[in-house]
Write a protein that binds this ligand. Sequence first.
Ligand code: AMP
Ligand code: ZN
Ligand code: FE
Ligand code: FE
Length: 301
Amino acid sequence: MIIDLHSHSDASDGLDSPSEVVRRATAAGVDVLALTDHDTVAGQAEAATAASLAESADPEPPDGSRGDRDAPVLPRLAPGCEMSCLAGGESVHLLAYLFDPAEPALAAELQRLREDRVRRARGMVDRLAALGAEVSWARVRELAAGEAIGRPHVARAMVEAGVAPDLESAFGADWLAPGGRAHVAKHAPDPAHAIGLVRAAGGVTVLAHPYARQAQWDGPDELIARLAAAGLTGLEVDHPGHDAEARVRLRDLAAELGLVATGGSDNHGSGIVPELGGESTLPGEYERLVAAARDAAAVVR
Ligand code: AMP
Ligand code: ZN
Ligand code: FE
Ligand code: FE
């Protein structure tokens, strides 16, 4: 059973369309997939259609078994997104699942996040120009054809324009990294506030990759305890940015705080490792997540 609860499409900074993500997940044998684009649910409808179309093209045999056919099992789609948050000046990502995307307060916050992303991307292009590193704003907009424009789109334009040799250096301390010369901060809510918004929309939240890229920062454990008290449901334990030691520590912490331990590939496109299904959530943990969402939805209904 492969349950991949973290993936991106070109609705944000992934490379593939939502239907292509579903197609690739199917090919990879993913049973449950969450499409978790940054600050948007714009890809959900297309992904859901792709999942159900593929389903009708590949119906379950009447006896419920697929016998020895090679037909791929379709991923069930768990709606989600990855919300940008800020805690103590540090960027924090919050995975949100199974919420009502039409709930006004949450929808408004997501819209604000996306709108401020546009201002910030434009600001980064202006900074680059002032540094003599010209990239075309039109090209950045074109690369960010989806709803959530971000640093990856600016970085790709920088590489295309020859301003940076590769994405890694575009994201480096000289350019787009926090504190870098071309970095511009974006609006983001405190994660405790975002947790409340998602709960009020009948959904649940999981702190994304808490130990990734923050080895130097001893904030995560305090932050995790604070967010657990604020209604956080889970911790993303199995993530490509976590080494074996980080996973052991996080799994212990999740158990200690009664949080669900999830896993997801955070895949951003075909050919980018790990592939979809490269990280997974245990079925029992996924059931706990779904049960918590059912409870949250029962409260708001
Ligand atoms: P933003 O939300 O616009 O600040 O962009 C953050 C996103 O950029 C992350 O979610 C990653 O997908 C991507 N990213 C961050 N650092 C790097 C890096 N060093 N190389 C490639 N992609 C990165
Ligand atoms: Zn991303
Ligand atoms: Fe993230
Ligand atoms: Fe992600």
